[in-house]
Ligand binder design. Structure first.
Ligand SMILES: C[S@@+](CC[C@H](N)C(=O)[O-])C[C@H]1O[C@@H](n2cnc3c(N)ncnc32)[C@H](O)[C@@H]1O
Length: 178
């Protein structure tokens, strides 16, 4: 891998220590001010070994294009980490700056295990980890463990249970394939 550098996209005031932060807000801790809806971001291809976007993807204008840009910036074998609210969380619809309300399968279109492979995008990401956090009550009752125990049960939860057993934050880790 070319470099061991981390890009913290939409870093806000909580920029990851040692990373390069980008954000459009001049009051943030960003090292580079840029608008995530304007492409390309001001870095060369494969500039980073890791990219994180924590509570950011739900704010951008085009999720697919943004993920393609993340893919461009991270070298093959590098990692993209996303955290974003599950659409059943209070925060998902409460914040009027959220444009997207996502579930734990929303990024499958970049992977090989779905019917849309190659249709939305040519970019390839291998889903290494998906973790769904649930509201505290459900976590204490053991539902969080079950939801994360298998993709099959997570799918069942998304289809049948999530309007009652509500989600909170989802965390995704992808390996960049090139
Ligand atoms: C909810 S905050 C998250 C901040 C930080 N990642 C954290 O976890 O504390 C979303 C951040 O994304 C930035 N952001 C949202 N849309 C953006 C855009 N189009 N261009 C650049 N930054 C954007 C905001 O300025 C804000 O700092």
């Amino acid at each position: 891998m070319a470099t061991e550098r981390t890009l913290d996209v939409g870093c806000g005031i909580n920029k990851l220590r040692g990373s390069i932060g980008i954000d459009r807000n001049p009051r943030s801790k960003a090292d580079v001010l840029c608008d995530l809806d304007r492409f390309p971001y001001p870095f060369r291809d494969n500039s980073f070994s890791r990219l994180q976007a924590i509570h950011v993807i739900e704010h951008v204008s085009d999720v697919i294009h943004t993920m393609e840009e993340f893919h461009r910036l991270v070298a093959a074998g590098g990692t993209i980490f996303l955290a974003t609210p599950h659409y059943t969380d209070f925060s998902s619809f409460c914040d009027p700056t959220h444009r997207w309300h996502l579930n734990s399968f929303s990024f499958r279109y970049f992977g090989s295990d779905n019917a849309g492979y190659g249709y939305y995008s040519n970019v390839r990401l291998r889903e290494k980890k998906v973790r769904v956090r649930l509201l505290a009550l459900w976590r204490y009752l053991g539902f969080e463990l079950m939801v994360n125990a298998s993709t099959r049960f997570r799918r069942f939860w998304e289809h049948y249970l999530c309007y009652v057993v509500r989600g909170k934050v989802m965390e995704f880790e992808f390996e960049v394939l090139k």
